[in-house]
Design a protein. Structure first.
Length: 405
């Protein structure tokens, strides 16, 4: 089966550019472990796929990777080419990575299925490091079944990446899903409420707030319908919420680790070669992160231990947790390592509100996909896979494809 790899996986004899200016001709004399395992399984690597520069968004040194459903939009990132190429049918499957949304977001934008495995399930040997304590490698495919096949070929210890645990991945797509204890993040399925106007609101801001609300209301019908479908499947859904913990305050740990990984780039001045140079792009983030104190990092690490304990407790009553959005759960599960399966959940109609614009890029709007996410406790990836597969077979949204010219 032909596949494509995110261009942070080393492949001997070929360029591995990390999507970044200054690395256009970089190459290594070895293969990443996942490449070796897929070779052994009989898969044929036919392409290195574009990625956001040093794993940020969908902009790379050659431009922006596009969403096949709407080429005016970027594909989101940073596994930009992996999701886009899979959606467009250029490859049978692809490999992406996620640190804080880089499988989840492009899978949603491009209407494909992504599996972000538990932290420490797949070896990262031979892959670019962004955050040693958060990076995860996983498949992006058209179906959950394909994700399970690919993950089965690449997981497990390799003796080099010492973060990988001796955990099993034994998916059973024929299991009785009615035996699963399933929760859902209630707030992610709540009907949207119009935000209160600000004290210094302008007419333009009020109009933008109204359009954002209209988008949320439109998308709500898909989220609400997904709960109805799960109940029709005989799934008993128990409401739950993420722990009330300031997860976002811990993300500077990621920035500090990324700054350490690319410190030579910063101190040498070669960060000026990167395409993105805005305040939110890596060069400036790396410079700021060098100012974080050791005391701050250690206290954040201690707080992360508390977050792990609270997330473990919150997930303990459930085999699978369903959520319609990214929000807090995306940050929480990436910090704490829980797996996620992201599946297509319909396509917006021609009556959908216009796309939202963020940083010169747009998302949503008529004719673009939505997604549903299935979470699970650490190393219980197979249970999320089983329920996501059953939902996908019931709905058939993975059989929809972009209309390519």
């Amino acid at each position: 089966m032909p596949w494509g790899g995110k261009d942070l996986l080393a492949v001997a004899g070929y360029r591995t550019t990390w999507g970044a200016g200054g690395f256009e001709t970089q190459s290594f004399d070895y293969d990443a472990e996942v490449v070796k395992r897929l070779d052994a399984a009989g898969a044929v690597l036919i392409a290195k796929l574009s990625m956001g520069a040093l794993a940020q968004n969908d902009g790379w040194f050659g431009g922006r990777t596009r969403n096949p459903w709407n080429p005016a939009q970027g594909s989101s990132g940073s596994s930009a080419g992996s999701a886009s190429a899979t959606s467009a049918g250029c490859v049978g499957f692809s490999i992406g990575t996620e640190t804080l949304g880089s499988i989840s977001s492009p899978s949603t934008r491009c209407g494909v299925t992504g599996l972000r495995p538990s932290f420490g399930l797949v070896p990262r040997t031979g892959a670019m490091a962004l955050s040693w304590s958060m990076d995860k490698i996983g498949p992006i495919t058209r179906s959950v079944e394909d994700c399970a096949i690919v993950l089965n070929a690449i997981y497990g210890q390799d003796g080099h990446d010492l973060s990988v645990q001796p955990a099993a991945f034994n998916p059973d797509l024929t299991m009785d899903i009615h035996k699963l204890k399933v929760g859902y993040i209630k707030s992610s399925f709540d009907e949207p409420k119009m935000p209160e106007p600000g004290a210094n609101d302008t007419e333009q801001r009020a109009a933008q707030r109204k359009l954002q609300y209209d988008r949320q209301v439109y998308d709500y019908q898909y989220a609400k319908k997904s709960l109805t479908v799960l109940k029709e499947m005989g799934i008993e859904l128990v409401p739950m919420e993420m722990p009330k913990f300031p997860f976002s305050s811990l993300t500077p740990m990621l920035e500090a680790e990324a700054a350490a990984a690319f410190d030579s780039l910063t101190v040498s001045g070669r960060d000026a070669l990167l395409t993105g140079q805005t305040p939110g792009d890596w060069p400036n983030t790396f410079r700021v992160a060098r100012m974080y104190s050791a005391v701050d990092y250690i206290n954040a690490s201690r707080a992360r231990t508390l977050a792990l304990a609270q997330m473990t407790e919150a997930f303990a009553p459930f085999d699978v947790i369903v959520t319609s959005g990214q929000g807090t759960q995306l940050t929480a599960t990436n910090l704490c390592g829980q797996p996620a399966v992201i599946v297509p959940n319909g396509v917006r109609g021609d009556d959908a509100p216009g796309a939202a614009t963020q940083g010169g890029n747009s998302n949503g709007g008529p004719g673009t996909p939505l997604s549903l996410t299935f979470l699970a406790p650490l190393y219980q990836d197979a249970k999320a896979v089983a329920l996501a597969h059953a939902y996908q077979v019931k709905t058939g949204f993975h059989l929809l494809h972009p209309k390519l010219a």
